[in-house]
Design a protein around this ligand. Structure first.
Ligand SMILES: NC(=O)c1ccc[n+]([C@@H]2O[C@H](COP(=O)([O-])OP(=O)(O)OC[C@H]3O[C@@H](n4cnc5c(N)ncnc54)[C@H](OP(=O)(O)O)[C@@H]3O)[C@@H](O)[C@H]2O)c1
Length: 329
């Protein structure tokens, strides 16, 4: 089978034997996989949990079950499946040990993968493989970041990355008012088209936290999906106002920014909740929601398996607007 592994920061295509499903495992014929920010960091050796290296990249995939090992009860050959981002977090609290795809164990940039049956969920017929493959990391993260958002709440999203676009789409479905930031007029138009109620250019308006207050009558956001980290947190805190907003701590795509003052945090009353994508139960809950409230994932481009380099370059360029997908036809 065809598979990619990183070697000194580059993807190298190899031929390897097709895996045999062991007891409790399912052999998946991968049909589509998608890229997330962490995949660039892992390839570049910059991810904070980077492990031994040389592991097959990518955490997200959809495919077909082609064989099952002894004792498997959840799936049978012919089932369409989606991988959960965390292979061993089923439900409840985050386990103490997690092994990430691509940095702790082989990921999904391969034609076949044998994984434990508990690492998979059923892929609904309403979703194509490409659409399904966009969900495990970005959409589930958006879903868990928005837990508890009520109709009428103001949700702030930052930029047009995978997590932020799903957060915008889901927040609108929940009846929230969405304020979004981005860095170009073309992307602002796309955000408006997806339903954003107000869009702020964070380059033209470096004090965009105040702009969020202005756009919300001085009150600020109720929920902030914080993907920028050090580069955006100080402004997010301004945008939170002083009414005990919740900041979902998701990521760190922003470059370094000013330090955050303790008294600013204290005065805001904001609570912080660290997000770690979500459990399999969270993925299943999201899929149940999407069965009732369908949503079309924003896909920037679909690359053939042989063009994995092109997919990574497209994603790295930041010119993409939406998920970059690799089709494993
Ligand atoms: N904790 C978790 O569970 C979890 C899960 C998923 C992802 N993450 C993290 O969340 C972050 C986003 O992931 P992703 O896959 O959605 O990333 P992505 O698709 O690579 O996001 C790229 C986008 O980030 C935006 N951006 C960059 N700097 C920005 C800034 N200063 N202010 C606002 N937006 C900025 C840009 O939007 P514009 O082009 O519109 O400016 C860019 O297009 C990453 O740090 C990732 O590691 C964490």
């Amino acid at each position: 089978m065809r598979v990619y592994r990183p070697e000194t920061g580059k993807l190298v295509r190899r031929d390897e034997p097709e895996p045999e499903p062991q007891r409790g495992e399912v052999l998946v014929r991968v049909r589509a996989t998608s890229l997330n920010y962490r995949d660039l960091l892992i390839l570049d050796g910059e991810h904070f949990t980077t492990g031994p290296g040389g592991l097959i990249p990518l955490s997200d995939a959809a495919g077909d079950v082609v064989a099952v090992g002894a004792g498997v009860t959840r799936f049978a050959a012919g089932d369409r499946v989606l991988g959960n981002f965390h292979s061993h977090w089923i439900a409840g609290r985050l386990p103490e040990t997690l092994v990430g795809y691509g940095n702790g164990q082989d990921g999904w940039l391969a034609e076949y993968r044998a994984v434990p049956e508990h690492a998979l969920v059923a892929l609904p017929d309403s979703l194509t493989y490409e659409q399904g493959a966009t969900l495990p990391c970005a959409a589930v993260t958006a879903w868990t970041s928005l837990a508890g958002v009520r109709p009428g709440d103001v949700v702030l999203t930052l930029g047009t990355g995978g997590v932020s676009l799903f957060a915008l789409q889901l927040a609108k479905q929940f009846g929230a008012r969405v304020v979004a930031t981005t860095s170009s007029a073309a992307k602002a138009a796309k955000l408006t088209g997806l339903g954003a109620d107000a869009v702020i250019d964070y380059r033209a308006t470096p004090e965009w936290g105040q702009a969020v207050l202005d756009a919300t009558g001085g009150r600020g956001a109720d929920r902030i999906v914080e993907v920028g980290g050090p580069g955006t947190f100080a402004q997010s805190l301004v945008a939170a106002g002083t009414h005990h907003a919740e900041i979902a701590l998701v990521g760190f795509v922003g470059a370094d920014g000013p330090p955050v003052g303790f008294m600013d945090l204290f005065r805001s009353g904001a609570s912080l909740r660290k997000i770690w994508v979500g459990s399999r139960e969270d993925t299943e809950d999201l899929l149940r929601w999407l069965a009732v409230r369908p949503l079309e994932p924003v896909v920037d481009s679909v690359h053939p398996f042989d063009d994995a380099d092109g997919a990574f370059e497209r994603f790295r360029s930041r010119r993409n607007l939406g998920k970059v997908v690799i089709s494993v036809a």
